[in-house]
Design a protein around this ligand. Structure first.
Ligand SMILES: [Zn+2]
Length: 204
């Protein structure tokens, strides 16, 4: 199509899942997005926003869409009774304090856990949120995944899905920091146009 196929790059901005990650990686990802004029969607963990308020603030200031990725990064189906809304409310307060943005209605469950659980979906909805899943994941959390491999798989996966594809990434893996510029260039060569999840009529 003339105006290209739409790609939503989505990043979970959170404390690393691994014992070591390159310092400054989230800032490097944000630098690359800014340098290439790409708006992304960032699902921000509340406790990460508390720890890195200046980086979290950049997400909003540089035009990315701010979503919610829980406060403690627990598996949402394990949170019972008042624990569930408390995590959401605490996370939203931390995200809003750091970014100045209310993350509603965008929410991504940690690990995607609970995305198909009716109880989780109903509780999210009652609090004004909807879960945003993804079409393409790149295992960018694995330490052995190189930037070149992540970029190549993102370009192939997004192309295979086509218009409206949602790609899952994380702000902390070094491989992702290495991949973003190549990924953007390759996707643009393939005809991609970058959007936030807000601009897509149907979401996974
Ligand atoms: Zn996460």
């Amino acid at each position: 199509m003339s105006d290209g196929f739409r790609v939503a790059l989505t990043f979970d901005a959170e404390h690393p899942d691994r014992p070591w990650c390159p310092p400054g990686n989230a800032e490097r990802v944000l630098d690359t997005l800014r340098d290439h004029a790409v708006r992304a969607t960032m699902f921000v963990q509340g406790r990460w926003a508390e720890a890195y308020p200046e980086t979290a603030r950049r997400i909003a200031d540089e035009g990315h869409l701010v979503g919610h990725h829980s406060h403690y990064h627990a598996r949402m189906p394990l949170l019972l009774e008042s624990g569930f809304p408390q995590d959401i409310v605490d996370g939203a307060a931390a995200i809003e304090a750091a970014t100045g943005r209310d993350p509603r209605p965008w929410f991504r469950c940690p690990f995607g856990a609970g995305s198909d659980d009716p109880r989780v979906r109903a509780q999210l909805e009652a609090l004004g949120y909807r879960h945003v899943h993804w079409h393409v994941e790149l295992e960018d959390w694995e330490p052995w995944r190189t930037g070149d491999a992540i970029a190549a798989d993102a370009i192939a996966g997004a192309g295979a899905h086509g218009d409206g594809v949602v790609v899952l990434l994380h702000t902390w893996p070094g491989g992702t920091g290495d991949a973003v510029a190549t990924m953007i260039a390759g996707l643009r060569d393939a005809g991609a146009r970058f959007v936030t999840v807000e601009e897509l009529e149907t979401l996974p």
